[in-house]
Ligand binder design. Structure first.
Ligand SMILES: [Zn+2]
Length: 274
């Protein structure tokens, strides 16, 4: 089985429990016996974010699966030299570990994660800024997050006002995104609309592990940003970078929406820039 190591937790004197996100089975938790030993059979293969080939024995019932072997295919060495890109990679890992269900594979999303981690790791040193992600990389990450939302079934409806049906256009500059339901209204309809179903109620339970106070559900967004956002949600990475104003708006929208879906602010958002 092929996948990434998303988390590791010491278990007993000698073992670890690892959370893996695999192409074939989605998220699985498994026991790696002997992983804490000095001469571990796994060596460093179970380090966070490694892409490995695993041998796994399925135990069935309530028993944890067993990892019996893992071989590193990719360790993304380039991430170690650039903290902002490493944080972005941790953010991707968090979306997978806390925002997907166990044993729910998403092969296409797997490929998207692959592309994104490769991008973050292999970005040329010339384009990297010392203390933040480059514009191109922050744009690649935003595209990945919209793709993730679409793969999980939470891509927002950016096409029209949910109440009056009006289509976003520059003539009407005020639009409101409602994070509790993942829809849009024009400013005139912002209070006439009430959420029929709450998106977050359907989101994987693990994603809402520690509920906290949430910001107001609605936020303003420009028709220009909506126009760009409406074309996102697919895997293909478009390296033609959106202008900074649009990037900032879409970063803010993602921060807002992911916080709502999850019931608390994802840990790495503060490191992803604005
Ligand atoms: Zn309206």
């Amino acid at each position: 089985m092929e996948g990434w190591v998303l988390k590791g937790l010491d278990y007993s004197e000698t073992s670890r429990i690892v959370t893996l996100w695999t192409k074939e089975k989605g998220k699985i938790r498994a026991l790696a016996k002997g992983a804490r030993r000095l001469k571990s059979p796994f060596e460093n293969s179970l380090d966070l974010l490694n892409l490995c080939r695993f041998q796994i024995i399925h135990k069935g019932g309530n028993a944890l699966d067993l990892v019996t072997e893992s071989r590193v295919r990719e360790s993304y060495g380039g991430l170690r030299h650039h903290l902002p890109n490493l944080y972005a990679a941790y953010h991707v890992a968090e979306l997978l570990s806390e925002g997907t269900e166990d044993l729910d594979p998403h092969p296409e999303l797997f490929e998207g994660v692959h592309d994104t981690l490769n991008w973050l790791s292999t970005e040329s040193p010339e384009t990297r800024a010392p203390s933040r992600m480059s514009p191109k990389t922050s744009w690649v990450l935003i595209q990945f997050e919209f793709f993730y939302l679409s793969q999980m079934g939470y891509f927002p409806d950016f096409n029209h006002c949910q109440n009056c049906g009006q289509i976003p256009s520059p003539e009407n500059p005020a639009w409101i995104f409602h994070a509790d339901s993942g829809v849009l209204t024009c400013d005139g309809c912002r209070d006439k609309f009430s959420a029929q179903s709450t998106q977050s109620a359907k989101f994987p339970q693990t994603f809402k592990s520690r509920p906290g106070p949430l910001p107001p559900s609605s936020m303003a967004i420009s028709p220009d940003a909506l126009d760009v956002a409406g074309r996102l949600g697919n895997r293909k990475i478009c390296t033609e970078v959106a202008v900074e104003k649009i990037r900032r708006e879409l970063r803010a929208l993602l921060n807002h929406y992911l916080t709502w879906l999850r019931g608390r602010r994802p840990k790495l958002l503060g490191f992803l820039g604005s």
